[in-house]
Write a protein that binds this ligand. Structure first.
Ligand code: AFP
Length: 342
């Protein structure tokens, strides 16, 4: 028998993301019109990218362009579209002074801009999942710079995650959701395509202190260090609260989003193929770390806090363990050769 008393929840009373930003609900310290304007341009970009993602199979937007990016990865058509969309929108109002993108070898400085913000982004994370209809995403981070010291250069982007002023991601999944923080609480907004708006759907997200799933590419097992193998054995082993279940999508945004909502741990460690890890610090690991810490979780390289890592170059990679505080602490403990306390 179906329960006929169920009524679809109405989101119409929830604020839109624009209202949320305009009314200062992100509690950004010293938030200015410039900051608000950049966030709005990112929201607009995400609507435009959503439109393209949703029509991808119909509009000849699947497949690769024939080129490779700075990481040596095959460039998909949607990668190019997402990248161009963000650049065009961020350049438009002159508030963003430059961008760094996973898709471009070098930072792009907007000489006409007057604002003192920079944006780093991965325009389409999980591109290898595009053609098989698995969730993909966009990751972004905003940083400030001191204009009195002159216009920004590529060096200006090399800031620690703890100096970032906002970070977020957009997941193009069964629905499109933006998750964003200015360091004071993490909020999620779900896109209603009939209204063309993102409505507040996940207010003040908190990652559970401990979870029951782990997320890692197990296919890399042979390349891991003995310490990472020891952690992997531990999390799959019998014990209080263990073994953990395994989930892995292969799109950081999707794996991180599940981990944020449900708890647990996502790990992309260093290995023989990627001695510094695979994920990029400025537009993947650090923004995710900012979000997880603001939601009560943790992010570590295995030996130190991700937000404390000083970038040496734009496309620097870093090992990443992200998730519930206790689960990340266990990972760090095992890497130090200790036995975690259940
Ligand atoms: P693609 O954008 O090339 O699909 O890479 C996605 C990604 O950067 C990140 O989103 C995933 O967490 C990670 O790589 C998956 O890497 P593996 O395929 O090596 O597991």
């Amino acid at each position: 028998m179906q329960n006929t008393s169920w009524m679809p929840p109405s989101v119409s009373d929830s604020p839109t993301i624009e209202t949320f930003i305009l009314e200062g609900m992100f509690q950004a310290s010293a938030a200015t019109g410039t900051f608000t304007s950049i966030l709005n341009q990112i929201v607009l970009s995400s609507k435009l990218i959503t439109g393209r993602v949703r029509r991808a199979g119909l509009a000849d937007l699947l497949g690769h362009t024939g080129g490779t990016n700075v990481q040596g990865e095959v460039v998909q058509k949607l990668d190019v579209i997402a990248n161009e969309t963000l650049i065009r929108q961020l350049k438009r109002r002159g508030h963003c002074a430059g961008i760094a993108s996973e898709e471009l070898d070098h930072a792009v400085i907007f000489p006409e801009a007057t604002g003192n913000y920079l944006v780093c982004f991965d325009p389409l994370d999980g591109s290898s999942n595009i053609d098989v209809n698995i969730s993909i995403g966009t990751i972004f981070a905003l940083m400030r710079f001191d204009r009195s010291k002159g216009p920004p250069t590529e060096q200006t982007f090399l800031q620690k995650g703890s100096d970032m002023v906002a970070a977020g991601y957009i997941i193009y999944g069964s629905s499109t959701v933006i998750v964003m923080t200015t360091g004071q609480g993490v909020h999620g907004f779900t896109y209603d395509p009939t209204a063309g708006e993102f409505f507040l759907s996940h207010e003040n997200l908190r990652v559970p202190e401990r979870g029951n799933t782990y997320s890692i590419n197990e296919g890399n097992h042979a390349r891991w260090s003995p310490q990472v193998k020891a952690w992997n054995q531990y999390i799959k082993g019998d014990g209080p609260g263990r073994p953990y279940g395994h989930r892995y999508v292969g799109t950081l945004v999707a794996d991180a989003h599940r981990t944020l909502l449900r708890g647990g741990v996502f790990v992309y460690p260093e290995d023989k193929k990627n001695p510094d890890g695979k994920l990029r610090l400025l537009y993947e690991a650090a923004p995710m770390a900012m979000i997880f810490e603001a939601a009560g979780g943790a992010a570590s390289t295995g030996t130190r806090r991700v937000l404390d890592v000083e970038p040496g170059e734009l496309h620097q990679r870093v090992p990443l363990a992200l998730g519930s505080k206790r689960d990340v602490e266990d990972y760090e403990a095992i890497l130090r050769g200790e036995t975690p306390v259940p």
